[in-house]
Design a protein around this ligand. Structure first.
Ligand code: BEZ
Length: 533
């Protein structure tokens, strides 16, 4: 069927209806990836939603597959999504109520549409959604997320829905095949992308925080979202920070907001990574993600299903490898544990009196290779380069500084946002400062928990700290964890100046930075420790 939206564009959708003549609530999923795939998307059993009594409307977004108009990622999803919901609730087969759900792109599109307050909308379930299109999507800490964005743009052009054929399609396929080369020299893709995906250049050229991004930013629209939201995400999901921000921002505006965080990356959702198994309970299917959608929609669209879980936040605590419920995020009752960089150690207690410094050589021709983390890179379905990978190989490099604590006498439970504050004298050409939080197992395995980056100098955009030549205090948001460091394990933080191809390499010339610790420059790691955890 074709659904008209306000500018007359016709958006194509498939409708699945339960076997009843009675009007029912409708659940809407809007996708850039083709409505003809699995109706519920990768994580949800769409036909189970229909068997449970919902109509399911799956729509190709503007400019994709069978829908009219031109695809401009996210630009039209608020209005198109709202118009689609308004159209659906006006059909005779609908009882006038609607829910929005989806995964990844679809999820942020759902939030943008929800903020328009379409009539009849009663609930939303954003699964692995970001909170904006600059920080957390195209950028992080001022660095461009080259690995993800180039992959997403190229692979997306390969889909039938992009409408390419002949020489253009062959050229895109060739670029996908040599994506590692393009990661080293993204400009080599610019002629192709200027022609086929003009948004690529706009994303490269607009720094984070620029008004350009406001057109599609859930984080600027929380006050408009007045329907209960259930957020699902993973500790290693590329959009984790955004999903946490969405949970919190919507709740702070007074709307019911609930959160589930599993040990998942963007596409590895079974709880099994190549080097790490979290157990059966970690499997998205075992948790019954479809059932979570149904509970949420039943409660808010049909008034069924009893009282919700008393605690709205459910986290899979890694290390303990169990699910735990909490009253909120940030989790109340955490205290700050400060560990100072001290020589090559990480020490509790007061900042070390003795000053120390390490020189970091930055060679753009040989950047620190991405080794796991919250990435979305080619191969993301296999877990080959995402999640809790062992860091020992990168840690052997001279341009990776490791600071390691003593073996823990008792378990240490850390739940919340972790932050590295580090004093750096950047090279005049500019600098990136990267940090990783690592759990070192007694056998030596160095398991990555989370990581971050901060770009210094004008290249970081309006909010980037300047690089004046002396030591500057740099805040690197390493990200959120819910983790137990077990007794005998050690806490480690790594400091380096690149993580490629995940982030574009900066500066593009040979550079030398100095990392200071102790004395007047108390570089430190902040961990939110859960008392009695
Ligand atoms: C997305 O839909 O936004 C997405 C797809 C694949 C990887 C990462 C993100």
């Amino acid at each position: 069927m074709k659904i008209p939206v306000r500018d007359g564009t016709l958006l194509s959708a498939d409708l699945y209806r339960p076997e009843t003549a009675d009007p029912v609530p409708v659940l809407v999923r809007r996708t850039p990836y083709g409505k003809s795939g699995s109706p519920g998307g990768a994580s949800v059993d769409g036909l189970r939603l229909v068997r449970a009594g919902y109509a399911l409307l799956v729509q190709d977004v503007r400019g994709r597959f069978a829908s009219g108009g031109a695809f401009e990622p996210y630009w039209n999803e608020a209005a198109d999504g709202a118009d689609t919901v308004a159209w659906a609730v006006g059909r005779p087969w609908c009882d006038g109520s609607a829910g929005l759900f989806g995964r990844s792109y679809e999820a942020m599109a759902a939030l943008l549409a929800a903020a328009e307050r379409p009539p009849g909308l009663g609930a939303v379930v954003p699964h692995v959604a970001g909170s904006g299109f600059d920080e957390g999507w195209t950028r992080q800490g001022g660095a461009f997320q080259l690995g993800f964005v180039l992959y997403w743009v190229l692979y997306d052009l390969l889909l039938d829905g992009a409408g390419l054929e002949g020489a253009d399609l062959a050229e895109v396929a060739g670029s996908v095949d040599r994506i590692d080369e393009l990661y080293r020299d993204p400009e080599a893709a610019s002629e192709l992308l200027d022609r086929l995906a003009p948004y690529w250049r706009q994303w490269r050229e607009h720094p984070g925080g620029h008004p350009y991004w406001r057109r599609a930013a859930p984080r600027d629209a929380y006050a408009g979202i007045d329907v209960p939201a259930l957020h699902l995400t993973g500790w290693y999901d590329i959009f984790l920070a955004g999903a946490l921000e969405n949970y919190r921002g919507i709740r702070e505006c007074g709307t019911d907001s609930r959160l589930v965080v599993g040990p998942w990356s963007h596409c590895v959702t079974g709880g099994i990574f190549p080097q790490r198994r979290y157990g059966l309970a970690a499997d998205e299917d075992r948790l019954d993600v479809t059932g979570l959608h149904l509970d949420h929609f039943d409660r808010h669209l049909r008034g069924r299903g009893g009282a919700p879980e008393p605690e709205p936040v459910r986290l899979f605590v890694t290390g303990a490898d169990t699910w735990r419920a909490f009253p909120d995020w940030p989790v109340p009752g955490t205290g700050e544990l400060l560990l100072h960089l001290d020589g090559r150690r990480l020490t509790p207690g007061p900042a070390p009196v003795a000053a120390g410094a390490d020189r970091l050589r930055h060679d753009p021709a040989d950047p620190v290779p991405t080794t796991g983390g919250a990435t979305a890179l080619p191969g993301q379905f296999t877990g080959g380069d995402c999640g809790p990978l062992d860091q020992r190989e990168v840690e052997r490099r001279a341009d990776v500084l490791c600071f390691t604590g003593e073996p823990l006498a008792a378990p240490l439970t850390v739940v919340g946002d972790t932050v590295l504050t580090v004093y750096v004298t950047p090279d005049a050409a500019g600098a990136d400062v990267t940090g990783k939080l690592v759990d070192v197992h007694p056998g030596g395995r160095a398991e990555l928990l989370c990581d971050g980056i901060r770009r210094l100098g004008p290249a970081a955009g309006a909010d980037g700290p300047a690089a004046p030549g002396g030591p500057v205090e740099v805040t690197v948001r390493l990200g959120a964890v819910g983790h137990v460091f077990r007794a005998g394990h050690r806490v480690r933080v790594e400091v380096a100046s690149s993580n490629a191809p995940r982030f574009d390499v900066h500066p593009p010339v040979l550079a030398h930075h100095t990392v200071h610790h102790g004395g007047g420059h108390p570089s430190r790691l902040l961990l939110p420790r859960l008392a009695g955890g």
